[in-house]
Write a protein that binds this ligand. Structure first.
Ligand code: ADP
Length: 310
């Protein structure tokens, strides 16, 4: 059985439905990707690597992971911390705004839980995924150990996957981000950047510039996401541009990139060509953006995917 590990943070989501009603759910980039991967490729063992607390919301979050058939062996319960949380509201023009409470979240402690024995287990995996958000969440003092772990996994033959997913507010300054991203690109076998993510950091404004910027790293597989415009891949020096069919009824683009990542990686782990993997991933992302929220109802997602032939 193929297996993939997603390291990062899942948060409690509070969505304003009306003046008096909040809808409570769970979301976070790596978790979203894990969910969409598992829903599309049930045969792949999909694990979330994170830390929660011992509170009731943490228990519900864990139950949610399990209800999505995710492996929770690497979901740890911190003694005193609780999960991060965010509030989202959409104004009358469709503009979304967020408030976060995550600076003291349990997930920031994830590296502390990864004992040498557990790292040894992780090194039996096929893929290990982390994002720019995961990097920002890991405490500064734990970064050195994190990179040691990633290097150990890479040396053991695990494919290292990195999505830069840049969120400026999570970083002290761009120098700090760039130093961490340099380490990530240096070790990555697969990267899935969105053009917008890298614009502020490296002054790259289009797909070609992103590919050009990443030339200096030895990344086997580069997948550049550019919204509805295109996806461009580079694998073993072969550049391919893939056409995306724009979705007309875009309701909420939250987690489009996450769904894309999960399904793309699931497809690649299942032996699909890059071309087929992109088409399936785009289909998933297209389905997700036609519904509100990061995680769309399972039946709606599965119906949309059933129409996609591999
Ligand atoms: P991110 O969510 O990381 O910013 P993008 O905006 O590039 O990433 O979107 C990720 C993927 O979602 C795209 O590669 C594409 O497949 C799909 N997508 C995004 N917007 C649209 C759209 N309007 N119509 C169809 N597909 C879309």
């Amino acid at each position: 059985m193929k297996n993939i590990y997603f390291l990062g943070e899942c948060m409690v989501e509070l969505r304003a439905m009306s003046e008096a009603t909040l809808h409570q759910s769970f979301a976070g980039d790596v978790y979203n990707s894990a969910v969409y991967l598992k829903r599309s490729f049930a045969q792949i063992s999909t694990s979330v690597v994170t830390a929660l607390g011992q509170d009731n919301l943490s228990k519900k979050m864990l139950e949610r992971f399990e209800s999505e058939q995710l492996d929770t062996q690497f979901v740890f319960a911190h003694d005193t911390k609780v999960p991060g949380m965010y509030y989202i509201e959409t104004d009358e023009h469709g503009e979304r705004s967020f408030i976060y409470w995550r600076s003291d979240a349990a997930a920031k402690k994830i590296v502390d839980f990864l004992t040498p024995d557990l790292v040894e287990q992780l090194s039996q995996g096929d893929m290990f995924f982390f994002s720019g958000i995961s990097l920002a969440v890991i405490e500064e003092g734990a970064r050195e150990r994190f990179w040691q772990i990633v290097t150990q996994l890479k040396n053991a033959g695990v494919k290292i996957v990195f999505d830069p997913n840049y969120r400026a507010r999570l970083w002290k300054n761009t120098e700090e981000t760039k130093a961490q991203y340099h380490l990530a690109f240096s070790v990555a076998d697969i990267t899935l950047p969105g053009v917008e993510d890298l614009t502020t950091l490296y002054n790259v404004h289009n797909v070609d510039a992103v590919i050009e910027y990443l030339q200096k790293y030895k990344i086997e597989e580069i997948v550049v996401k550019n919204g509805p415009a295109s996806v461009v891949t580079k694998h073993d020096n072969t550049l391919q541009s893939h056409t995306i069919i724009p979705v007309k009824n875009v309701v909420d683009t939250t987690s489009a990139g996450d769904a894309f990542n999960g399904v793309y990686l699931g497809a690649r782990l299942s032996g699909c060509t890059i071309e087929n993997a992109v088409q399936l991933a785009a289909k998933a992302a297209g389905a997700v953006i036609q519904q509100p929220g990061a995680i769309v109802p399972k039946d709606i997602f599965q119906l949309a995917m059933a129409e996609a032939a591999i």
